[in-house]
Design a protein around this ligand. Sequence first.
Ligand SMILES: O=C(O)c1cc(=O)[nH]c(=O)n1[C@@H]1O[C@H](COP(=O)(O)O)[C@@H](O)[C@H]1O
Length: 291
Amino acid sequence: MSEAPAGATAAGRAPFGERLAAATAARGPLCVGVDPHPSLLAAWGLADDADGLRRFSLTVLEAVADVAAALKPQVALYERHGSAGLAVLEELLAAARDAGMLTIADAKRGDIGSTMAAYADAWLRDGSPLAADSVTLSPYLGFESLRPALDLAAETGRGVFVLALTSNPEGASVQHVGGDASVARRIVDAAAAENRRYAGSPEGHGSVGLVVGATVGGAVDALGLDLAAMAGPILAPGLGAQGATPADLRTTFGAAYGQVLGTSSRDILTGGPTAAGVRERAERTLAELAG
Ligand SMILES: O=C(O)c1cc(=O)[nH]c(=O)n1[C@@H]1O[C@H](COP(=O)(O)O)[C@@H](O)[C@H]1O
């Protein structure tokens, strides 16, 4: 996607929020998750090793590089192969960059500030072998503990997606706690405050995004979350394999639907082993999201 337009950061690229907005405007609001589960590798006729992982990953990229706005590799499924798996992840991130596709490293990192600085360095620093356009973060140690990642992302034109309301049913036991001042609401408000640093971006396309599951139903309204005012992208997992439909997204997000990036992994990946099969499923999901 576009590098170095008017609002370029110190790193010479436009802020992530602007680059993502441009990608969704051009292609539609779909992110494809790359989750090479052992069962999917087997279904594709691939071995559960680094070679299988590589074939799988590069096939998904080839399939959706000009269909989806972003690619979201699930880091855990590379980590389970050790250093060989991480080498494949590095190759995938570089290949996506070369193909002009934005990446979201789904690493869900979160730790005390000094350690967080190292996670930020790994995923958001120019020149890092694992640098992605954005990374998912867990705010369980407090939103402010994410500061090193928030600041490095701003400096390098990258982005973050902070977990707010996750797609799994267990998430409510933590995220809904607090009534009018729920944990989720505090995260949404903190992201909104953080996105004020991107107030110069057109239409308030901040680079601090949130993760809000496509499966959360009425929780956004019930908890009084003002997602539209958050002025950043909303990554919505849970489509397909977890039961949510593109139509659910419109109901769940209402006025904030324009900020939503729907993401689906297994439902699209079962279209393999051919790139054409994966592409067909991605195109179908995209048509439903856009329709
Ligand atoms: O951050 C995420 O992407 C994420 C957050 C969340 O609340 N729920 C969720 O499912 N995810 C991730 O999104 C992907 C969903 O995969 P599928 O259920 O196969 O579409 C997995 O990689 C999850 O780890």
